[in-house]
Design a protein around this ligand. Sequence first.
Ligand code: NAP
Ligand code: F7E
Length: 339
Amino acid sequence: MKKSLITGITGQDGSYIADLLLEKGYDVYGMVRRNSTENFERIEHIRDSVKLVPGDLLDQMSLMKLIRDIQPDEIYNLAAQSFVPTSWNQPVFTGEATGIGVTRMLESIRYEKPDAKFYQASSSEMFGKVVEMPQSEKTPFYPRSPYGVAKAYGHFITVNYRESYDIFAVSGILFNHESPRRGKEFVTRKITDAAARIKFGIMDTLELGNLDAKRDWGYAGDYVRMMWLMLQQDKADDYVIGTGEAHSVREFVDLAFKNAGFEIRWNGEDLNERGIDKKSGKTLVKVSKKFFRPAEVNHLLANPAKAYEKLGWQPEVSFDKLVQMMVDGDIKRYEKLTK
Ligand code: NAP
Ligand code: F7E
């Protein structure tokens, strides 16, 4: 039985890769950091099938010990401070966890299990103020946030350990991927959660920032298959993963609210722009300055040709299906809560 270690198992992607690895018959270890209250909501359904082990990306010895004790065949490094706005408030912490944390993992592998295969969760945020459209493995990075800068460090240190020590270390440059398990601070889930709450009369208006930002949104369940595939190749390499289709935040709002039974008409400009329900005339969405970022990433679009060709990977869930799945998930949750 192959052994896998997942950092960030309590997060969105960690929970999906754990599902996949269990299905494939792996012995699954998940690293969890100490919190004042447990946050195992996303892994509740597999709680008895995975082994939860303590550790923190900020603590070198805890990582060394885990890798020494477990001797994993595959390591998925999904833990990070992953919310872009927080990276401006806590840039040093973000650098420590999201950037240097990767070196701590790689050093632990180098000393304790140099033949383990390592997956690093790189990000399209590294392309930031894009210099090319669409973005491929060859597109230069121009990160626009402390998060993007930390991910660029994590990316290159992964490449460096592969080249310096011959460690099987790969980087998946993943574009935004979402699901009903997405954190509620990210824009997609914030929208689907609000659409459901407004439907049940427990919220009036959703406040958002830049409605014109465009993202290449895919489904997290599809993307974890690719993480696994990357570690099954003969040669370690880096891959861009996305759908090759971008949509604006405004389009996401339109579709999410449509799935919840509303039809939005946009009115006004800039900070005065409002999303109004055609039937009731109520303001469902308003723009608020507080959700704008000091430096924005305006438009991300993946060129996933290499992954399609070399990994034989293709996403299965379309944009429309993804939005529907997320709205349905939130509606079901509030249905239960309000009964
Ligand atoms: P997420 O839901 O925010 O999960 C982050 C995970 O990291 C959580 O399990 C969290 O634990 C853990 N964590 C944070 N700081 C830690 C530390 N110091 N030590 C140990 N664990 C720590 O993120 P996600 O959406 O699943 O993303 C997974 C990875 O892919 C992240 O590295 C993210 O930056 C990257 N990424 C995500 C996307 C995307 O669109 N989702 C795209 C590209 C790259 P707690 O539960 O204790 O907070
Ligand atoms: O923002 C705009 C915002 O926070 C998307 C992380 O998983 O993907 C994620 O980073 C866009 C931005 O994701 C609101 O300005 C408008 O342009 O959902 P997000 P992100 O910043 O793209 C990458 C690939 C990662 O690696 C990250 O870990 O939406 N936006 N209004 C808003 N965003 C938020 N959060 N909240 C708003 O009210």
